[in-house]
Design a protein around this ligand. Structure first.
Ligand SMILES: NC(=O)c1ccc[n+]([C@@H]2O[C@H](COP(=O)([O-])OP(=O)(O)OC[C@H]3O[C@@H](n4cnc5c(N)ncnc54)[C@H](OP(=O)(O)O)[C@@H]3O)[C@@H](O)[C@H]2O)c1
Length: 267
């Protein structure tokens, strides 16, 4: 079955205004899928929509919304009500770095909403439609930080651990319904995200282009529940999760703190 038949005609991508989400939207449109793109920055989404319509002749609908809002799901479901959505890419997310007790409480709550509450409710809202179709997919963007406690990124890493176990469990629940679930766990990717967290991306090893991350992830739909792009990221995860847990957490923290300090010196 070709990609559009299996996952089309419509896909929904959250966090599509930049980075990995925009790359997902581009890749899906190149496969001939119509795309509902969502994020807060409507101007960026409008630009992307024009680009995709012109380049691939697909339909693109822009839904500007804030996933921090507890009631975000209703407008999204309404916007998709008349569309046969076969693929949901829950990709929006952001991180906060630094000592946990120094971080702003409201920002932490916002991060929890975008990174955990949103994918959980998206999966709940769209799974019945995918099940009824008997085919389709759900792709959740996690992070390599979800594999183990990451000091100086404690809460962000915890949100990504949530995404990982949520997605793995849904992989098992939905497979008998013909629905493919994949957790994408990227490492350092060349998007706005590192800079927004105060990390100079030149300090990061194995930085991958977002287009490559999105392309590889979509090709993994239908396989095992979890995918880590990039051999260096896979080696890092293997190391952190095979040494004794205590050592893994300390090594993760050393790497994170080093990147934060080097970034501060570089600016
Ligand atoms: N880049 C990396 O190194 C890396 C590594 C591992 C995992 N990840 C994960 O990859 C995913 C995509 O991040 P990225 O690297 O592509 O970063 P990015 O370029 O900053 O993209 C983040 C996306 O999430 C959206 N978003 C953030 N807050 C939102 C909110 N309150 N409501 C709605 N949308 C919101 C942003 O759109 P608006 O600002 O327009 O709302 C944007 O489209 C995230 O889940 C991130 O945790 C990234």
């Amino acid at each position: 079955m070709d990609f559009r038949k299996r996952f089309g005609p419509w896909a929904l991508v959250t966090g599509a205004s930049s980075g990995i989400g925009a790359a997902f939207a581009r890749e899906l449109a190149a496969h001939g899928l119509d795309v509902v793109v969502t994020a807060r920055r409507a101007d960026r989404l409008d630009q992307l929509a024009s680009e995709l319509r012109a380049a691939h002749g697909v339909r693109v609908e822009v839904v500007a919304l804030d996933l921090e809002r507890p009631d975000f799901i209703e407008p999204l479901v309404r916007a998709c009500a008349d569309k046969d959505v076969g693929l949901v890419v829950s990709n929006a997310g952001f991180g906060l770095k630094g000592e946990h007790h120094t971080l702003d409480g409201a920002r932490l709550t916002g991060m929890l909403n975008v990174n955990c509450h949103a994918p959980m409710l998206l999966a709940r809202a769209f799974a019945p439609r995918l099940i009824a179709r008997g085919r389709g997919g759900l792709l959740l963007t996690g992070s390599i930080e979800g594999f183990i406690g990451f000091p100086w990124s404690a809460a962000y890493a915890a949100t990504k651990a949530f995404v990982m176990t949520l997605g793995e469990a849904l992989w098992a629940e939905l497979r008998s319904h013909g629905v493919d679930v994949l957790v994408l766990a990227p490492g350092a990717t060349d998007t706005d995200a590192p800079t927004l967290q105060g990390i100079d991306k030149h300090q990061l090893a194995g930085l991958m282009p977002p287009a490559e991350v999105a392309r590889q992830a979509l090709a993994r739909l239908g396989g095992p529940p979890l995918f880590v792009p990039g051999w260096l990221n896979r080696a890092m995860v293997r190391f952190l999760t095979t040494v004794p847990r205590r050592m893994g957490v300390l090594a993760a923290g050393k790497g994170m703190r080093g990147a934060i300090r080097r970034s501060a010196r570089a600016t």
